[in-house]
Design a protein around this ligand. Sequence first.
Ligand code: BG6
Length: 299
Amino acid sequence: PTVDISDDRVTATLPTGESVSILLYGATVISWKTASGAENLWVSEKAALDGSKPVRGGIPIVFPVFGPPPKEGPTSKLPQHGFARSTRWEFLGKSSSEGEAQGQGSGDESVKLDFGLYGAGLDESVKSKWPYEFGLVYSVTLGREGLMTVLNVRNEGDEGWEFQMLLHTYLRIDDISKTTISGLGSATYIDKVLDATTHTQSTPTLSITSEVDRVYTGLKQDTTSVLADGKPRLDVVRDNLEDTVVWNPWREKANAMGDFAPKDGYKQMVCVEVGSVAGWQRLEPGETFEGGMMMRSYV
Ligand code: BG6
C-alpha cells in the first residue's frame, strides 16, 4: 500500500485501487473508495476542510457527548457532539500487511492508520470545559473486504469519568427514494423528530420519505444494511457498540444548514452512525473501552 502524508491529511491506497483519506482535523475520514472507484462516503460540497468547523460529511467522531450536552453534569459546557470532531489529531503511524506471509500474493493486503488525541493536546478553552485526562486512539484499517474504524478510549487520570461516543458516518447513496435500511427490525428507538419518546421498529426495513432522526438502542443484531432497489449497497457492522443513529435532515433542515450542499444533497446521503449514546460508558483510572465498525461496500 502507499501512504501519502501531507500537512492536513493522510491518504492510503491499495495496489488494487481501494483508498481512504483522513483529515487530521477531527481524524475525520473524508473519502473511502472501493477498487471500482466508487465513493462510499458523502461529503458536502460546502464542508469546511480547513479546521474552521466540524466536517459536514465523511465520518466525524462524536466524543465525549452525543447531541446537545445535558444541562447539568461534567459535559454540560461542551459543544454539540463534543470536541473530538473539532480538534486536530496526531498521526501516530501506519502498519501494513502485505499478504505474502500467507503465500497469497497481494490479495489480502491491508493498511492500518492510527491517530491519537490526548488531554494534553487540547486547547485550554476546551480543557477547562472537560478537565479529564484521557487518551484516544483511532485506527482506520483499509482492506479489500472493507473499511474498519475503531476508537480506543483510555482513562489516563486518577478519577473516573463517563463518556458517549459515535462514528457519525455519512453514507453516499444514489437515490434516497430507492434506498431501504435493514437490520433494525423490532428494535426500539428514540424518535428525536417526533417526540423524543421510545418506539418499536415495526417493519423489517426502513424507507426514508421525510426527516429521520432516530436513536436505535440496545441492538441485538450487529449489521445494519443499506439497500439500493432492494440489493445490498453497504453494510455497517457494529463492534462492541449497541446503538445506531439513523439521520437524514430532509429538505428543510438541509436548507437551514449553511454548510450543506447541494441543497438537494439529502437525496444522496443517509447517516448510519454506530455508537454508545443511549447511556454513558464509565471508565475508572487506567481502564479502556474500544468500539467501532466494519463497513462493506457492494459496488
Ligand atoms: C445526528 C443527530 O447524529 O447529528 C442529529 O442525531 C443532528 O440530531 C445531526 O442534527 C447533525 O449534527 P451537527 O451538529 O453535525 O449539525
